[in-house]
Design a protein around this ligand. Structure first.
Ligand code: ABU
Length: 372
């Protein structure tokens, strides 16, 4: 297939009749736990580690202690990792469909196709984590100001879905893309954040929502300017709480997991009674047990060891949890949350668990104040 025709940039997934459906989709997602009706699950087709992405290279250098401007090892993703991940994602999607939940998948990208801006050129990455590039807040669907050049155009693989959401009455908003110049990258290995930019920059997975209150992690993947931009969009309809000093890595969803009104699971290495975001001090807090470690390949991790917290609530009484995390499952069951144990065998090297690989499009229920 030629690589320079427009159709090969973003291709619809073949044999997927759903991708030819233009019917309107209603967006309604106010929190992390209300009964799920419609969801996006990521795909792993064509995934690759983009060697030319200078922000990702900085991230890997900082994580692994390699020189920031040296050659960074980025392995190929072995075919068996792709195949097993396809299987795991399809099982996850199939389980939700069995529950009557509508599941959408992104269009596959031609990741070998180079993308460029005035400031960089790179290959693309993947569509594994819709959670990073899109965020739903009530009836809004927001494209994030993602920090990796290789993910700059990833939202195109959701374009048909976004058009359907617009048709369904959603407010579709795209954050301004950060420039991500070389000068915007940190060069000091003592400073544990990747970016040093005045542009708003945030992954959607830096944010979790609880009705009128959102929690925004200040980290390598979400800066103060990104918080300011989000507040400017949501204005006085929402309280967007800054969460600084908890975790300099990436996303909030291995640090704080909202389970149901009044119950939050936190990472004991990062969160304590003092630094817990103020509103959550009114809730019952449970501390995650140590995570079971496992590896199905030699690929290095692309996220922290706490991926078990990256669970996905189907409703306030049912969570999809990594089947390896037996102690966590026991803890949730003790708090009257049933667990559907599933696997994402390569979640760690691919950088995402069940929360990351989803985007809740519609849940039952409306916007509530859970912290009155
Ligand atoms: N969103 C999953 C990665 C979270 C983290 O370990 O930074």
């Amino acid at each position: 297939m030629p690589h320079n025709t427009p159709d090969t940039i973003i291709g619809r997934q073949e044999n997927d009749p759903a991708s030819h459906d233009n019917s309107p989709i209603r967006v309604n997602a106010h929190n992390e736990w209300d009964p799920l009706e419609e969801v996006v699950v990521g795909i792993i087709d064509n995934a690759r580690f983009p060697r030319k992405d200078h922000v990702l290279r900085t991230d890997i250098a900082l994580e692994t202690g390699q020189p920031i401007h040296g050659d960074i090892e980025m392995p190929d993703i072995p075919e068996f990792v792709i195949e097993e991940t396809k299987e795991d994602l399809n099982i996850f999607a199939g389980e939700m469909e069995k529950m009557g939940i509508t599941v959408h998948r992104p269009d596959a990208m031609d990741t070998q196709r180079k993308v460029a801006s005035p400031y960089w050129e790179t290959e693309q990455f993947y569509n594994y984590c819709p959670r990073d590039v899109l965020m739903t807040v009530g009836d809004r669907i927001i494209e994030s100001a993602n920090i990796f050049p290789s993910r700059h155009f990833e939202a195109y693989s959701y374009r048909d879905l976004l058009l359907r959401c617009l048709e369904g009455g959603s407010r579709w908003i795209a954050a301004p893309k950060p420039r991500l110049r070389a000068v915007d990258c940190n060069t000091d290995s003592q400073v544990k954040t990747i970016l040093n930019t005045v542009d708003p920059a945030f992954d959607a997975a830096n944010v979790i929502k609880a009705g009128k209150d959102l929690f925004y992690l200040i980290s390598s993947s979400g800066n103060e300017a990104g918080l300011k931009w989000l507040r400017s969009i949501l204005r006085d309809e929402y309280r967007v709480h800054a969460c600084p000093g908890l975790y300099t890595g990436m996303h909030i969803d291995t640090t704080i997991t909202l389970l149901r009104p009044g119950l939050v699971l936190v990472n004991p290495e990062r969160v304590n009674e003092d630094n817990l975001p103020e509103p959550l001090k009114k809730w019952d807090v449970i501390y995650a047990p140590e995570m079971e470690e496992y590896a199905y390949s030699n690929l290095p991790p692309l996220c922290s060891a706490w991926l078990g917290l990256n669970l996905f609530m189907i409703n306030p009484g049912l969570a999809v949890v990594d089947a390896h995390q037996k102690a966590l499952i026991k803890l949730l069951e003790k708090h009257k949350i049933d667990v559907l144990p599933l696997r994402l065998r390569h979640g760690s090297p691919l950088g995402g668990g069940f929360h990351c690989v989803t985007l809740d499009i519609r849940r039952k229920g409306g916007k509530e104040d859970y912290f009155k």
